[in-house]
Ligand binder design. Structure first.
Ligand code: TXA
Ligand code: MG
Length: 320
């Protein structure tokens, strides 16, 4: 198993030797490698069993480092970076030639963000290089929001888990970029659209579902637990599966629709979307590991973080 601790000096040394280190961020845990070392980046793809067509996000220590790796010429994107970094926002920007093609899967743009976690910012300053880090889960599975999640699934494949406690946001970063001069969201995430529009004006959604998407993490069966998850009206689903052992994931007053069920995980009894975001991936893991045969869930209100939560639930759900 990987060693766990909060030693950023050791973590920096390992990264500079080309080893993998799991890092805490405010969104989810990342599986980090020195982004300028292609051999190290290759190890990330191997450890996650991630296809090479799915590019990685570069994590940097501060806004003024962007210019070393990308062009930040669009005023709307610059305004977003100034307002929300460090934070759960990733920008797609034209890349500079020093960023390895392996990191961007050969795409002309690189994804960049400044994560909001004191330990990881300290680590980034110590390594003084960008870190390429996808979420620290096997490809396609639910993202880790606690160090134990990483240990359990990837502990035998990495050298060190930098323990920064449970993640504060619980959903991956929102990915924003420009397409033909339009401001577009390529992945819904921990920064709500409403917040983005307040700063940068109207955005369009480019949430891709095809099998050859622009942000390939958007494959339709992503973020998925191993058990079948059915998404819909809880009363109806509970009725349909009444002869099975069911775990229900619900939100606020939805719980009252399903009085008969023994296993209920309420994302936020008080109906707080931020709390729900924080609990989502942990609950998907709990439901995947408990004694139930299947999981049922009801979409949340389509507003604020509710949109990103519903996006993850849809991708986790069984499709016909
Ligand atoms: O919150 C987060 O973003 C977390 C933490 C660790 O920072 N990271 C994360 O990484 O979620 P990952 O690899 O699981 O998801 C990154 C997404 C993928 O859907 C990928 O396709 C997209 O970003 N992406 C990365 N680079 C891209 C690029 N150059 N062009 C288009 N999409 C890109
Ligand atoms: Mg991921």
């Amino acid at each position: 198993m990987a060693e766990t601790g909060n030693d950023t000096k050791l973590a920096a040394e390992l990264l500079l030797q080309g080893e993998l280190v799991a890092i805490p961020t405010e969104t989810v845990y990342g599986l980090a490698a020195d982004a300028l070392n292609e051999r190290a980046v290759l190890k990330v793809f191997e450890a996650k069993q991630r296809p090479f067509f799915d590019p990685l996000i570069l994590h940097i220590a501060s806004l003024d480092q962007v210019q070393n790796y990308a062009e930040l010429n669009d005023e709307r994107l610059a305004g977003l970076a100034k307002t929300f970094w460090p934070g759960p926002l990733t920008l797609l920007l034209p890349k500079k030639s020093n960023v390895p093609d392996l990191v961007t899967s050969g795409l002309p743009q690189v994804a960049l963000r400044v994560p909001d976690h004191a330990l990881t910012l300290d680590l980034l300053r110590k390594v003084n290089r960008p870190l390429a880090a996808p979420s620290a889960n096997p490809f396609g599975y639910v993202s880790p929001t606690e160090p134990q999640h990483v240990q359990k699934q990837l502990g035998d494949r990495i050298r060190y888990v930098l323990d920064g406690g449970p993640c504060r946001v619980g959903l991956e970063s929102t990915i924003v970029g420009i397409e033909i001069d339009r401001l577009c969201i390529f992945r819904l995430g921990g920064l709500a659209i409403e917040e983005i529009e307040k700063v940068a004006g109207p955005v369009e959604l480019r949430i891709n579902n095809s099998s050859n998407p622009k942000a390939p993490g958007q494959l339709k069966n992503h973020y998925a637990p191993k058990k079948a998850l059915y998404l819909g009206d809880l009363t109806q689903l509970a009725q349909i599966y009444k002869n099975k052992k069911v775990t229900a994931i619900c939100f606020g007053a939805q719980q009252n629709q399903i009085p008969g069920l023994s296993s209920i995980l309420n994302l936020s009894p008080s109906g707080d979307l931020q709390e729900a975001a924080l609990n989502l991936f942990r609950f998907l893991r709990l439901a995947d590991e408990d004694a139930s045969e299947l999981v049922i869930a009801n979409p949340l209100p389509e507003q604020g973080l509710g949109r990103a939560i519903n996006d993850r639930l849809r991708r986790a759900a069984v499709r016909d």
